[in-house]
Design a protein. Structure first.
Length: 110
């Protein structure tokens, strides 16, 4: 979304758009799932588990890291990745609020 249009929306709406956009690829979901099973992974470990080339996985890791969904710490020549629980909790809270509002609504949809 262009910067001129994003100013029309709330900070939370822009934040959730950025976070969900970062998750909106099956490879990134697979990376999150892998990090759930094996926290503290390096890119090479993820490359061995997913059917993608190393540069492709690195790009997906970069997108997840830029959004704050994962964190990376340098360990020697490698970066050790893990999930950012604070940001994932933020996403969970947002969708929990939606679910709560839906359960309180009556079935008055079209």
């Amino acid at each position: 979304m262009g910067s001129s249009k994003s100013s029309l929306f709330s900070e939370q709406e822009n934040r959730m758009a950025d976070l969900t956009k970062a998750l909106a690829h099956p490879a990134r979901i697979a990376i999150v799932n892998h990090l759930l099973k094996e926290p503290g992974c390096i890119c090479g470990d993820i490359v061995l588990k997913l059917p993608l080339a190393q540069p492709t996985i690195s790009q997906h890791l970069k997108e997840l890291k830029n959004a704050g969904i994962i964190q990376g710490n340098v360990e020697g020549n490698a970066i050790c990745y893990c999930l950012n629980a604070t940001v994932l909790e933020e996403i969970l809270q947002y969708f929990s609020q939606i679910k709560e509002q839906l359960t309180h609504q009556q079935n008055s949809c079209c």
